[in-house]
Design a protein around this ligand. Structure first.
Ligand code: NDP
Ligand code: 8X3
Length: 260
């Protein structure tokens, strides 16, 4: 993994202010890639960019704001315009209550961020990649897209969409030179649970207590591996979990018989 067969020259990372995004940015900066860092908080983006010697371009927008995303991509400086690698990483889970107690507003935010925004970003970047005959889209999905769990409802469904969208893109992109990869991590310690539980730090900490989750750097390892393989080599999907995590099986509700 320390000897890449290919290095993407220009890399656009969404959610660059978060745990995964920062780890991805650091790894691609170390490889010498030019970075387009997208996030909502310009100060956090600036602080991250200060770490790097490689050229950076910062994009401050909410990924759900299609007009802002379109204008930012249209106005990319010439040096950053030919995006070789798009990492669609911005995303979130909100809530873990059963579906019948969940907030419909939360559901909308998850679909708008994890799916609609990802599709828009992809639709804007893809034609240029096809025109240039090279490029790579790496979508950050989740094991939640394959393994449903109580309280996962819309988050799980939103990530199943990401995985299936990635695989469907492959069907259209054979012969274009453009690669697509779905990265599907399990439990990774970042601010993900703090966001999911809306700032309840004690609840978030419990998710990672007394066990050994993956780190954002572990996920970056898989992203960088897929991105730096020679251009003829496409990784369709990578599912990764901490060793301590595994599938839990199906649940069965039982009602004791009267008098038993
Ligand atoms: P973080 O909460 O640390 O980072 C999430 C990033 O997404 C932040 O930069 C956040 O920005 C950004 N983001 C969220 N909503 C928007 C929006 N509307 N517009 C722009 N940016 C937005 O979590 P992770 O780093 O763990 O998560 C990154 C991705 O990985 C997500 O898609 C998540 O679903 C996925 N994932 C996470 C796993 C985990 O266990 N941690 C496992 C599997 C997948 P801001 O700070 O402004 O909110
Ligand atoms: C995050 C992993 O298992 O909490 O996508 O849904 S999980």
């Amino acid at each position: 993994m320390s000897n890449p067969g290919y290095t993407p020259e220009t890399v656009l990372i969404t959610g660059a202010t978060g745990g995964f995004g920062r780890a991805f940015a650091r790894r691609f900066a170390a490889l010498g890639s030019r970075l387009i860092l997208a996030g909502r908080d310009l100060n956090k983006l600036k602080a991250l960019a200060e770490e790097f010697k490689v050229p950076t371009h910062l994009l401050a927008f909410d990924v759900r704001d299609r007009a802002a995303v379109e204008s930012a991509l249209r106005d990319l400086p010439p040096d950053f315009a030919a995006i070789d690698l798009l990492v669609n990483n911005a995303g979130l889970a909100l809530g873990a209550d059963p579906a019948y107690r969940a907030s419909i507003d939360d559901w909308e935010v998850m679909v708008d961020t994890n799916d609609k925004a990802l599709v828009v970003m992809t639709g804007l970047v893809l034609p240029g990649m096809v025109e240039r005959g090279r490029g790579h889209i790496i979508n950050i999905s989740s094991i939640a897209g394959s393994y449903p769990y109580p309280g996962g409802h819309v988050y799980c469904a939103s990530k199943a969409f990401v995985t299936q969208f990635s695989l469907s893109l492959r069907a259209d992109l054979t012969g274009t030179g453009v690669r697509v990869t779905s990265i599907e991590p399990g439990m990774v310690e970042t601010d993900f649970s703090l966001v999911r539980f809306k700032g309840d730090a004690a609840k978030a900490a419990k998710v990672y207590a007394d066990t050994t989750p993956l780190t954002a750097e572990d996920v970056a390892e898989s992203v960088v591996w897929a991105a730096t393989l020679p251009p003829h080599f496409n990784i369709n999907r990578i599912e990764l979990m901490p060793t301590v995590q595994g599938p839990g099986g199906l649940t069965v509700h039982r009602t004791p018989k009267a008098g038993a």
